[in-house]
Write a protein that binds this ligand. Structure first.
Ligand SMILES: [Zn+2]
Length: 667
């Protein structure tokens, strides 16, 4: 993990789950285990939120037994530095006048446990709103509220009480974390400081599961094809009738459920093509998942599921499995290209058929790519940055040195550029390109009106322009929506580049010597402003730049540059390997080349065109997944960074950033 300082930070988390009994893929578990590498971390197993309900019969007894067992485990160190404790409390949280007793009881136990672990002034993390009062009153360095679910919509809770806690926590927490974009938009005004942070996934654990040959015994005997589900079978999430209908329509398919089943689901186990395999260890889940042919989320529609953001979506995608889901949670819109969505059992069954047919290595790679950058390490990093380092990592927000945005001239420039594109395309006989440009011109007036009258949702981090959305970018072989800033004309990839350069390099420091090839005008101005007009040179062979030079034979001395920026250039260079070697020559030892090319990440290898391809922006090749390897062949050490690892999802959306990786190649 990359943490910038060495300060010891301890965490105290009032959890939403019970560590000993729940799936360890949950948000608070994952983050706390990572924070444990930073300092002692104490996880308090969930405090009771629901009213005890004797009428539940067996379920009630089971819960009681589980809770008692959990309490008797006492204080335990589960991983290095990660401690778990289940406090003893009376099940009376729903009775207002009894609450202070429980609070005293909890405070006493916490005092004792924290003294034992030598935890002082921890970051207090609340993932269970019933801990509100005690968290608000205790001594701490920061208060974090994890608004992961619509807690007040849980069955059997005191809605009024939970709502009051929720509002208080949002108003007082130093940081409120949302995992659902709809909830974030709806409630952000109620918070002191808030971020949207999508779930991460144990990508390597799930993606590598297929490499293990053996299958767990109980699932190995189930006939293929298998449609599977991870997660508890609860009535508030799943509808038995809905599932039964799907199962009955497809008798030749095996339906496997991995998770604890409520008594209401016992009728399912009587079906011949259904296997309820029960709850499994989190460590085993990927091994079961790899046996699925299709993964499913047949959730019912309610307030709780709508605001949810199920981690299993990312786990299924990391496994590379096709997913069929009901159209219930709003986060689903981000995955519509890799999921099948249905409303009725009949549609669901049809989608399963389609999904079964949709299995080839290309699709598997596309699904994995969707979640590859969403690691839990990067989420933990973002939270720590937000809590402790926000002034340091936000140097790029320094508005003093921004370039001047001129939206009126910018829009005229766009119109002129698109006119040129129309003429050029018509002359070459590419009607589709011409049509794209005419369409963009037509909606330009509408976009302008929208910016005047609508709310300002997006912001350019290069010129400071704000508006409803970014503008299109069309031309030879590309047609991108919402990427161009009308203020400075920069594209999404430049806005991302600025953030990566600020947070991961010393590129903009006036003391580092920088060479850029084929600069964009506004970006060059931006660089010169940050660097006080010092130590920056740009060159090109025949376009706009400060000097004239050829990238495969530059006039610069060996070992002079700290950074060499080569952004969307190599795809135009016939001898790209030679260019890379030449870049390496001018870099100082330890200096870095900053590289990006348009690439097709689904393609394993790079494809060379016999001549510049007019239908692909005039490029001489299309790079594939081997791009990093090509760089390292020239003697560099390569790493890739995406803005997803530097900023929260809310900010990525606000600044309209490209998630494409930028490659840092060190000499
Ligand atoms: Zn701009």
């Amino acid at each position: 993990m990359i943490f910038k300082d060495n300060k010891d930070i301890s965490f105290l988390c009032f959890g939403s789950q019970d560590w000993w009994y729940h799936n360890r893929g949950h948000f608070d578990f994952q983050l706390m285990r990572r924070f444990a590498k930073k300092g002692t971390t104490l996880y308090i197993n969930s405090l009771v939120m629901q009213k005890p309900k004797l009428s539940e019969g067996r379920k009630f007894v089971e819960k009681l037994v589980r809770k008692t067992k959990s309490i008797f485990r006492g204080l335990r160190e589960s991983d290095a530095g990660f401690w778990v404790y289940s406090p003893f409390l009376l099940p009376v949280h729903h009775i207002a006048w009894m609450r202070p007793f429980n609070e005293i009881l909890l405070r006493f136990q916490l005092w004792f446990v924290m003294r034992k672990l030598d935890i002082r002034d921890p970051v207090v993390w609340v993932a269970c709103p019933t801990a509100c009062n005690i968290a608000a009153n205790m001594k701490k360095s920061k208060l974090v509220y994890q608004r992961a679910d619509c807690y007040e919509a849980y069955p059997n809770v005191d809605v009024k009480m939970i709502t009051a806690y929720d509002l208080k926590l949002k108003a007082e927490a130093d940081l409120t974390i949302f995992v659902n974009m709809a909830l974030y938009r709806q409630e952000r005004d109620q918070c002191k400081k808030e971020i949207f942070l999508n779930h991460g996934v144990d990508f390597d654990k799930f993606a590598s599961a297929v490499q293990v040959q053996e299958e767990p015994l109980d699932i190995a005997s189930v006939p293929k094809p298998i449609v599977g589900y991870f997660g508890a079978l609860d009535e508030h999430k799943l509808d038995v009738d809905f599932i039964e209908k799907i199962v009955d329509v497809q008798p030749e398919i095996s339906f496997v459920f991995i998770g604890k089943a409520s008594p209401g689901f016992s009728s399912l186990s009587e079906k011949k093509n259904v296997w309820l395999l029960g709850q499994k260890d989190y460590e085993q889940i990927p091994q079961y998942g790899k046996c699925f042919n299709v993964a499913m989320i047949p959730w019912r529609r309610n307030c709780w599921t709508k605001a949810a953001n199920p981690i299993k979506v990312k786990e299924y995608l990391a496994l590379g499995k096709p997913i069929v889901s009901t159209r219930v949670f709003s986060e689903i819109q981000n995955y519509s290209d890799v999921m099948y969505l249905a409303d009725t059992p009949e549609e669901f069954a049809e989608c399963i058929e389609k999904a079964l047919a949709d299995d080839n290595p290309g699709r598997v790679a596309a699904r994995r790519k969707k979640v590859q950058m969403s690691t839990w390490d990067s989420r933990a990093h973002i939270v720590l940055e937000e809590l402790f380092n926000s002034s340091k990592s936000s140097a790029w927000r320094n508005k003093v040195n921004m370039v001047r945005g001129r939206p009126v001239i910018g829009r005229m420039r766009l119109f002129a550029r698109w006119s040129k594109s129309v003429l050029r395309s018509l002359r070459a006989g590419y009607l589709d390109f011409a049509l794209n440009a005419i369409l963009a011109q037509t909606i330009l007036i509408w976009l302008t009106i929208r910016d005047v009258f609508s709310s300002r949702r997006v912001e350019c981090n290069i010129c400071g322009w704000t508006g409803y959305d970014f503008y299109p970018n069309v031309g030879w072989g590309f047609n991108d929506k919402s990427v161009t800033c009308p203020g400075c004309g920069c594209l999404d990839r430049y806005r991302s580049l600025v953030i990566i350069l600020w947070t991961r390099t010393k590129f903009f420091s006036p003391d580092t010597y920088v060479i850029e090839v084929a600069p964009s005008r506004k970006f060059q101005t931006y660089c010169l402003q940050q660097k006080n007009n010092k130590n920056y040179i740009s060159f090109d062979i025949n376009r706009f730049a400060m000097e004239k030079a050829d990238i495969i034979q530059m006039q610069y001395r060996d070992n002079i540059a700290d950074y060499f920026l080569c952004f969307h250039v190599l795809e135009h260079i016939e001898k790209d390997i030679r260019a890379l070697k030449e870049i390496r020559r001018v870099l100082k030892p330890g200096g870095q080349a900053i590289l990006q090319v348009p690439a097709d990440w689904d393609a394993e290898t790079t494809c060379e065109y016999s001549c510049p391809n007019p239908r692909n922006t005039g490029h001489v090749r299309r790079y594939g997944r081997d791009f990093a390897q090509r760089i390292s062949l020239s003697g560099f050490e390569v790493s890739a960074v995406s803005v997803s690892e530097c900023l929260s999802e809310g900010e990525i959306e606000r600044f309209g950033l490209s998630r494409e990786p930028v490659f840092l190649a060190t000499k």
